[in-house]
Design a protein around this ligand. Structure first.
Ligand code: SAM
Length: 260
């Protein structure tokens, strides 16, 4: 009799840790659901407008993604004259040993131009499109470019090493990121402290810029979104005919010069 009571007790004692683990798992699941609920509130869905996804982020509708069939348009010969891409690249003020990342690189129009200016560094061409990266790889082979590194990213993660990049460039791509908040945080993580993000978007404030509405952005909107994830706005330069050239910094805890 005594033996069977003891046996029952030891069985109960044996399953206690499992019960505790079960309740811990339950709490962890609840916490995960809570986090999910918060991130779900980050985005809301409405009926899409023309060229849009209907997905709203901070009062902005996210546009549809440009597919690889748009590569010819990105590489058009008039682009330099129309958009002064030469001035854009010059204003990046790259140093020869810097590590740069072109996020939403497309066919690599800017990656290869940046790579030339960082002969002792490297240029990551980051894109979610395998077809776009295939174009980049083709060009690496054709021109024997040694410092361009193609990176297949995801819609939430740039897949770059932490604290490794001096300068991130995003041209005409941010407005189509399906998860701008997660992408922004991932870029922040990849930048070195004090590193810069140069965000180029067509000026929505200017009705004369002949680009679809969802492919344009106001400076105020961009600053609101970047501030929300922890970037410091440094300056906006006005030398481009159609686009904002907006510079944001990853705060550097060691620097006294971080903007307010
Ligand atoms: C309009 S193209 C611009 C390409 C290039 N920046 C240029 O100006 O020549 C936008 C690119 O962003 C890419 N893209 C969209 N969402 C992305 C994301 N979350 N992460 C990385 N690339 C993305 C698309 O695949 C496309 O190649």
């Amino acid at each position: 009799m005594m033996n069977s009571v003891m046996a029952k007790m030891s069985k109960t004692l044996a399953i206690l840790p499992l019960l505790a683990l079960g309740s811990e798992l339950c709490t962890a699941k609840k916490a995960a659901n809570a986090t999910l609920a918060v991130s779900e509130q980050t985005y809301t869905q409405k009926t899409p407008t023309r060229g849009g996804t209907g997905k709203m982020y901070m009062d902005r509708e996210i546009s549809q993604v440009m597919g690889h069939l748009g590569a010819g348009w990105l590489e058009r010969s008039e682009r330099e004259r129309e958009e002064r891409t030469d001035l854009l690249v010059k204003n990046l003020e790259l140093k020869s040993d810097e590590t740069v990342a072109d996020i939403g690189a497309g066919s690599g129009y800017f990656t290869f131009r940046m790579a030339k200016l960082v002969p002792e560094g490297k240029a990551f061409a980051v894109d979610i499109s395998k077809q776009m990266l295939a174009i980049v790889k083709g060009r690496i082979g054709k021109f024997k470019t040694e410092n361009v590194v193609p990176v297949l990213s995801t819609i939430t993660d740039v897949k770059l090493p932490e604290n490794s990049v001096d300068c991130v460039l995003i041209v005409d791509a941010y407005h189509e990121f399906s998860h701008p908040r997660e992408m922004g945080l991932s870029i922040l993580k990849a930048l070195k402290p004090g590193g810069r993000l140069v965000l180029i978007e067509y000026r929505l404030e200017d009705p004369k810029v002949p680009i679809k509405r969802l492919h344009k952005m106001t400076q105020a909107q961009s600053q609101k979104e970047m501030k929300a994830i922890g970037f410091d706005w440094k300056e906006t330069r006005d030398m481009l005919p159609q686009q904002h050239f907006m510079v944001y910094l990853k705060p550097d805890p060691k620097s006294k010069n971080t903007p307010e």
